[in-house]
Design a protein around this ligand. Structure first.
Ligand code: NI
Length: 394
C-alpha cells in the first residue's frame, strides 16, 4: 500500500494554501458561498465529478474496480467570532472566524481527495466526499447534515461506512486520537418563559415577580443531575441565558431563560426532559407564576462503530506509529451533527491533534485566538485517505 503519510507530506504546501484561503474567506453556516466555490474549483482541477447541494458539495471518486463505497465528511462553516489571531490570512470579514477548525477539516478532505484521485486506478469501489454546510448553526427548522442526506448524499451509491475528523487543540500535532463506543453527547436546547404579573418595584406584594420565580427555577434545575440522574451517568443541565426587565423600579411581566442539556443515552435524556418539565411548572406555580418550556432535541449522541474506529486506529498506527495514536477514555459532552450520517452507515470519527506548546498554539476551540499547527494537515489527509484505501481494498 502507498504510504499515505509520505504522499500527504508531498502535498503539504497545497494543504496549507487551501486552508489559509478558506480561513481568510470564513463564512457562517448556510452562507458558505465562497467556500463552496473554492471546493468546487479544487474538485474540478482534480477531475472529480461533483454535485452542488445549496452551499454543500458532494464529490465522488469512482475507482477502477467494482467494490464498496465509503464517505468522507467535512464540515465547512465558521463561527460568529471576531478573530484576534493577528495572522496574515485572518478572516477578511470581521465577526466571522474559523475558530472550530472547519477550514482544516475541509483542507484535509480536499487533500484526501487529491491523494485518492492520484491512485484511483488502484481503488476498488467509490469514495464520496461530503462537504457539509452549517455544523454550528442547526435549529429545529434546518440542519446542514440533514440537508445533505435529504439531497441523497447517503444514497446511490450508498456508503457502507462514513468517516470524519475534528481538530483537537489539547491534542499534540502529529497525533490522532480514537474513541471506542459513545463519542459525542445528545446536545439538546431549551427555552423557558416564566410569566408573572408586572408591577412597581416597591410593591412586590401586588405583583407576581417572574425574576424571583426564574431564579428559583435555575437553582432547582441543578438538582436533576445531582438527584435524579445516576451518579454513574454523565449529564449536564446549564442555564446560559436569563433575560428579564428593563429598569430598576419595575417588576417585569415575564422572564426568559435558555440553556442546554447534555446526555449520552436516550434514558438519561428522557429523565432530564421529564424532570425539567416538572420542576419548571411546579416551581413557577409555587411563586404564583406560570412557566412554559420549549425543549428541542439537537444533535443526537453517537458512538463510533467498533469496526470502523478499529480500522482508523490501525491506519493511524501504520502511518504515524503507535505512540501517536491515542485511545481516549472519555466521550465529549459536545454535540456533532456527524451523528446524522453515523445513523445511516457505520461511522468512524477521530480527532486530529493540532496543538503545539512550543509555537504557542494553545488556545481552545471557539477562542478568538484559536489556531492550528498546519503540520497537522498532512496527518489528517493521510489518515482519511489511508482509511478509504484500507476499507475498499483491504
Ligand atoms: Ni467544530
Amino acid at each position: 500500500m502507498t504510504d499515505m503519510y509520505i504522499e500527504a507530506k508531498k502535498i503539504e504546501s497545497y494543504l496549507v494554501k487551501i486552508r489559509r484561503e478558506l480561513h481568510s474567506q470564513a463564512e457562517l453556516g448556510f452562507k458558505e458561498y465562497k467556500t463552496s466555490k473554492i471546493i468546487r474549483r479544487e474538485l474540478k482541477k482534480m477531475g472529480i465529478p461533483f454535485s452542488v447541494i445549496s452551499t454543500g458539495v458532494l464529490g465522488v471518486i469512482k475507482g477502477k474496480g467494482k467494490g464498496k463505497t465509503i464517505a468522507v465528511r467535512a464540515d465547512i462553516d465558521a463561527l460568529p467570532i471576531v478573530e484576534a489571531t493577528g495572522l496574515s490570512f485572518a478572516a477578511k470579514e470581521k465577526g466571522v472566524m474559523h475558530a472550530c477548525g472547519h477550514d482544516a477539516h475541509t483542507a484535509c478532505a480536499l487533500g484526501a481527495a487529491k491523494l485518492l484521485s492520484n491512485i484511483k486506478n488502484e481503488i476498488k469501489g467509490n469514495v464520496k466526499f461530503i462537504f457539509q454546510p452549517a455544523e454550528e448553526v442547526s435549529d429545529e427548522n434546518r440542519d446542514g447534515a440533514k440537508d445533505m442526506i435529504k439531497a441523497g448524499a447517503m444514497k446511490n451509491p450508498k456508503p457502507e461506512a462514513v468517516i470524519a475528523l475534528h481538530v483537537d487543540k489539547p491534542g499534540k500535532v502529529g497525533r490522532i486520537s480514537v474513541k471506542y463506543g459513545v463519542a459525542y453527547a445528545n446536545a439538546d436546547m431549551f427555552s423557558i418563559k416564566v410569566t408573572g404579573k408586572g408591577g412597581h418595584g416597591a410593591e412586590p406584594q401586588k405583583a407576581v415577580d417572574p425574576v424571583v420565580a426564574a431564579a428559583a427555577i435555575i437553582l432547582n434545575l441543578q438538582s436533576i443531575v445531582s438527584r435524579n440522574v445516576s451518579p454513574l451517568e454523565a449529564a449536564v443541565v446549564s442555564v446560559t441565558m436569563f433575560n428579564a426587565g428593563q429598569t430598576s423600579n419595575v417588576i417585569p411581566p415575564f422572564a426568559m431563560l435558555e440553556g442546554t442539556a447534555r446526555s449520552l443515552n436516550p434514558k438519561t435524556q428522557n429523565i432530564i426532559r421529564t424532570k425539567m418539565k416538572q420542576i419548571i411548572t411546579e416551581t413557577a406555580k409555587s411563586y404564583g407564576a406560570k412557566a412554559e418550556m420549549r425543549y428541542f432535541a439537537g444533535y443526537p449522541a453517537f458512538g463510533n462503530d467498533s469496526g470502523m474506529i478499529k480500522l482508523m486506529e490501525k491506519v493511524g498506527v501504520k502511518l504515524l506509529g503507535r505512540k501517536n495514536v491515542i485511545v481516549e477514555k472519555d466521550p465529549s459532552m459536545g454535540g456533532e451533527n456527524f451523528s446524522f450520517f453515523a445513523e445511516l452507515a457505520p461511522g468512524g470519527f477521530i480527532r486530529l491533534g493540532v496543538g503545539n506548546k512550543k509555537k504557542g498554539i494553545v488556545n481552545a476551540l471557539h477562542h478568538p485566538k484559536f489556531t492550528i499547527d498546519e503540520a497537522s494537515l498532512p496527518v489528517g489527509a493521510a489518515v482519511l485517505a489511508g482509511t478509504c484505501v484500507e476499507f475498499l481494498n483491504g
